[in-house]
Each structure stands twice: as C-alpha cells, then as structure tokens.
Design a binder for this molecule. Sequence first.
Ligand code: TXA
Ligand code: MG
Length: 302
Amino acid sequence: MTEPYDADIERAAAVLRAGGLVAFPTETVYGLGADASNPRALARLYAVKGRPKDHPVIVHIARSEQLDDVAIDVPDIARSLARTYWPGPLTLLLKRRPEAVAAETTGGRATVGVRVPDHPLARALLDAFGGPVAAPSANRFGKVSPTTAAHVRADLGTDVDMILDGGSTTVGIESTIVDATQTPPLIVRVGGIGQHELALARALDGATPAPGTLPSHYAPNARVEVVDKSQLETRVAELRATGKSIIELEAPDDPAEYARVLYARLRAADAPDVDVIVAVAPVDDGGIGSAVLDRLRRAAAG
Ligand code: TXA
Ligand code: MG
C-alpha cells in the first residue's frame, strides 16, 4: 500500500466533480463515491453496483456542521446522537433536503441516510470535494463488502475511475443505521456501534429493517454454515465424511477483532473448489458481536 498524497486527494475530488466514481476507505468498509447532487453520476453508480434503483445510498459529509446542508427538520435527538458518535460508524436517517441530495440518491425517498466517516482519507476527500458524497459499499450488489483496496479492484475492476488506498479498514463491518425520523429513533441495521451503546435508540427486534438488508445479503459463492464453537469439530467431521471440501473460518474470541477480519476471511475462504465455509458464531453480545452474527446469518442464507 502506498499512502495517497494530497495531489491524489485533489485528483479524486476532481473526478467526483466531473461526475466520476471514486472508491475510498472509511473506518467500516470501502465506499464507492459519487457526487450526491448529480443524477448522472448516481445513474452510473447504480449501474456499476448492479443495484436496484429504489435502493437508497448513504450520504457522507466531512463534518457534523454540514448536517443541515443535506437534511431538514433535524430532531434534537439526532443532533445528540451525531455529537456522541460522529465521526464514526453511525448512519442517521433524516428528512432529505431535496436541493442538496438528488432523489436518485435515496431511491426517491423523502429521507436521507447521513454519516461522517472516521477515516483521514475519507474526510480529506470529503473536505476537498466540499459537498455530500453518496457512497454504498464498493462491492457489486449482494456480495461481501470490501475492506481493502484490492477487494475493490477485484470486484469493480476498471468500472471505478479511481481508488484511494488506505489499507485495511479498522471496524470491518458496515455502520449501524438509526431511523431518526421516528420517535424514539429505531435501529434498522445493526453494525459498527453496538445496540447496547445506543441507549437512545430502540432495538431492531420486530422492526422493518432498512430496505436492501435482504436475508441473503453479504453472500459468498460457497455455502456458509454458522455453528457454535462447541459443535465445530463434530460438524466439520460430518461434512468431510460426505466428501465435501470444507474451510473453517477462524473466529477470533474478541468480537471487534472478528468484525475486523470477517469479510477478508470470507473472501479468502470463498475459492471455487470450496463447498462449505463453516464459521463459529460470535457471542450475541448486543454489541458488535451481534452485528457479526447478523452478517454471518445473511451470508448463510445466500
Ligand atoms: O458503513 C457503511 O454504512 C458503508 C460505508 C461505505 O459508509 N456504506 C454502506 O452502504 O454500507 P450500503 O449502500 O452498502 O448500505 C446502505 C444501507 C442500505 O441497506 C440502505 O437501504 C440503507 O443503508 N439506507 C440508506 N439510505 C436510506 C434511507 N434514506 N432510508 C432507508 N434506508 C436507507
Ligand atoms: Mg453494501
């Protein structure tokens, strides 16, 4: 990895201004960025992602002070969450400011998902560009999110105009999404900030999840099976006895470390000759362990 220079940041901002696509690291996963106010750039973004047009994209801003540039009627509770968790892996759903965020960014919705990423390159790019940047994870639709620049290159090839390489991302799974248009706010996707930390927001249980949080998201090609640690050896032996080619996904005990390595290990394990990836379930701790479990279950449903 070579650290991008200021000149690269300026070039990347110019690519965005010209309606191009720039992949950049955030603390969660790499994003595929486009000018959030430019419908033509967004059309290309959706085409490259292979993403349905009604599936909204998160808007990234450089600092909390820009919140009112992209959203209207921001409730106090959303400001308080922003103060506590930004920059960081929290996305707030708010009422969209139509003149700043194109309808194409949010699948025509009246709401917008906003966050301030906690990564020096992401923030340098957002600062240099100046406006809001729409960015889904920089993978093709339905695939595992990229946590390195090499993952982005492998998924998107020359369909992306520029990739800023910031090495491996540190959180490793996507942001937690809180719908702040509801009172009290509601968690619609578990992620980098644990549910137990977000005492202000209601739990996901029984709620309608964010659009696009499909049961079979995050899916590698091989079948994924999630097992308790105590069952691992028995299950692997059972599968091997049927002649299947098995890979055990090494599961760190620390849930934050598990989150950090999860997608890279899923990608590495997902070789064409592998039938089943057996993954040990993390502790369902109401925090990042629960978010890892959520991603593994979706991978298993794929
Ligand atoms: O950590 C992350 O959130 C990463 C990095 C790049 O910021 N981004 C990411 O984006 O995971 P994406 O597009 O892969 O997932 C965005 C999720 C989708 O499930 C989408 O439905 C939801 O956010 N979302 C975005 N805007 C929304 C809105 N206005 N209303 C409801 N859901 C929204
Ligand atoms: Mg994604």
